[in-house]
Design a binder for this molecule. Sequence first.
Ligand SMILES: [Ca+2]
Length: 328
Amino acid sequence: MRHVNSRCPAALRLLPLFLALLAGCGQPPSQPLSSPAPASAAKAPAQAPAPVPKSGVEMVLLPASEFTMGDDDGEEDEQPAHRVQVSAFWMDVSEVTQASFQALMGRNPAKFTGPDRPVERISWHAAIQYCNMRSQRDGLTPCYDLKTLACHFDADGYRLPTEAEWEHACRAGTTTRWSFGDDPGQLKDHAWYKPNAAKKTHPVKSKRPNPWGLYDLYGNVAEWCQDFYADSYGDGNPVQDPRGPVAGEDRVLRGGSWAVDEDRCRSSARDFEAPGLADVCFGYEAYGFRCVRRANPPAGARNGDSAGDARPPAAASTRTGAPRPGAP
Ligand SMILES: [Ca+2]
C-alpha cells in the first residue's frame, strides 16, 4: 500500500513482488482465530439494516449529506479540505468476506483463510468482477463494463464506493480524525491495525462499528475505491458526487489495514495502488473492498426502478424480516 509520502521508483515498487515469488506463492494459510468477544454496544445506525438480498450481504442506507472531505492538517494529498455533497446510497456493513467471495466467484485468494475474514489479495479488477457477479445474483444491472472498465453509475447494481462516498460513510457525520474522536488510544477498540492485529486479518465485525453501523472502515483490509488517484484534491472537482480524475495509473485505497499504524487509518488518509496488483500470486494480503449501491435510481432506469425508490435488491426474499428503511 502506498501513500503520498511513500512514492518510490518502479524497480522498488516491484521488489515486494519479486520477494513474494522467491518465497513461493503457495504459502500455507494461517489458522483462523477463534471467535473474538463481541463488540461493545455502539451508537444506533443512521438507518435500519436492509433486508438481506440473495447474495447474503447486509447493507445500510446512508443519508444524502454535505460534508468536509479531506484535512488541511493532514498529508499533502488530503488537502485542501473541501465541501462535498453525496447522494444517498447503500453500503455493505462490512468488508466483503471470504465466504461471500467464494460463494460468488468460486475461489478464495486470501492468505489468512477463514470464512468470516475479509477476502484479500484482491486486485481492483477482481473487485469489480465480484461487483458484477453479485449484481447478477441479485437480479440487478451490473455497473461495470469489464472490457472498458467503465462504471455505469446509473445502473442499479453493485459497484465500489467513490472516494467521497467512502469518506462520507467513514466520518458518519463527524469532523474529527476518527469517527470516535481524536484520541488514537481508542482505535484499538475500533480497528485491527498494526499494533494489535498480529500481522494478519481478523473476522469482520469483531470490533466496534462507527456511528452509522459500519464495521472495519479503519484497518483489517484497506478498501479499494472507484476513483483514480491524484496526489491532491486540487481544483475542478464537482461538489456534487465527485468521482475523481477521469484517468490515471492508480486507484484509491482507503482506511488502512492490519499492516499499518494509526496515522494511515484516519478518516481522511489516502493510499493508492496499481489496479492490477494483488492477484493471487503477486498480491498484497492487505487489499480488500466493500460494495455500494445507488439508493435513488433515476426515472427510466433499468430493471423497472423508479425515481426515489430506495428498496434494497431482492427485498421480497428477505431472510431477516427487517423493516424497509424509508427513502432518504
Ligand atoms: Ca477496512
